[in-house]
Design a protein around this ligand. Sequence first.
Ligand SMILES: *Cc1c(COP(=O)(O)O)cnc(C)c1O
Length: 393
Amino acid sequence: MKDTLMNTYNRLPVSFARGEGLYLYDDQGKSYLDAIAGIAVCSLGHAHPAVTRAICEQAGKLVHTSNLYGIEKQQQLGAQLVALADMDKVFFANSGAEANEAAIKLARLHGHAKGIDNPVILVMEESFHGRTMATLTATGNRKVQAGFEPLVQGFARVPYGDPEALQTAAANLKDIVAVLVEPVQGEGGVNIPPEDYLPGIRALCDEHDWLMMLDEIQTGMGRTGKAFAFQHHNLQPDVLTLAKALGNGMPIGACLARGKAAELFGPGNHGSTFGGNPLACAAALAVVDTMKAENIWDKAARAGKRLHQALADRLADADGVTEIRSLGLMLGIQLDRPCGELVLQALEKQLLINVTADSVVRLLPPLIIEDEQIDDLADKLSSLILEFLEARQ
Ligand SMILES: *Cc1c(COP(=O)(O)O)cnc(C)c1O
């Protein structure tokens, strides 16, 4: 068959016919242990019965009406998320990038309300915020931006995890209105900032009347061992963006806001045809219900510790492994050399992993992973890494 798809992905030589829990099955029926979960999306595992049921029931009743009318499931989901995150209001979109677009627009409205004509949002090096023009501009990776100039105005960049760089920016840059930051950088290599980093940003935002905007598209919905990564600290953001695991695979994004940030949008200044449609919201409601009922965040915290320890034990003598970083079930194994080829080698061993930032093996398994599967994953992956380091020294 002629390949009619635009050349945006180097796809691996496999496609899957079905999934169940931690496993995906190809068209030959061969099973694969999925330690990436569709890039932190299928946190409840593949074909979770409660989510499947919610989708089927809703699809049989009503898929879409548009935001011209009231959408009960959207109201219900909004109430659940606002309560879970202790925020005030929510705007529903269809993806992470769109959730961040809403956040960026809130920051600009916040600036204009203060009389700032050219508001600036502080963003970080090594960050990832999406592929739309504004979000790729916010992203701290030249590869994502190259060829798409002119970029969007109104962003300034500082190193990640560096509170002093933020202080310097605050002292030297005019017209800052917000900070947009990931609590743990995902695509950037599972980079975990110092303990006092987010509280420091909160204090700086309070001092200068900036919006603290957290991109929890990857870290949110239990991934790091709390419902949201900011809950590892005693603070609240002004704006919070979610997507990935929110629908367990049904496309949905959300931008939550608190306090005066929650009152900035008015009718006509933002919108989405599909955003928060009944089908997407039914799926996300089932996700939130299931996660709450199963206390999935506590499970993720425990499972994450076990996985980290299991890998640390098995890789203790591997010189090429310079660091293992994790928070909950977001885990990065830093190697001392580029290791992209590990992805294909793992695939051949029926294991799905990801490599990001050239030399970081990233694991984002479903949060429902059991102890036995954790040990199996650690066994398979550590032997692969040890073989790889052996062959490439
Ligand atoms: C995946 C991701 C995005 C972009 O989400 P899309 O749904 O691909 O637009 C934005 N921010 C972070 C932190 C992400 O991990």
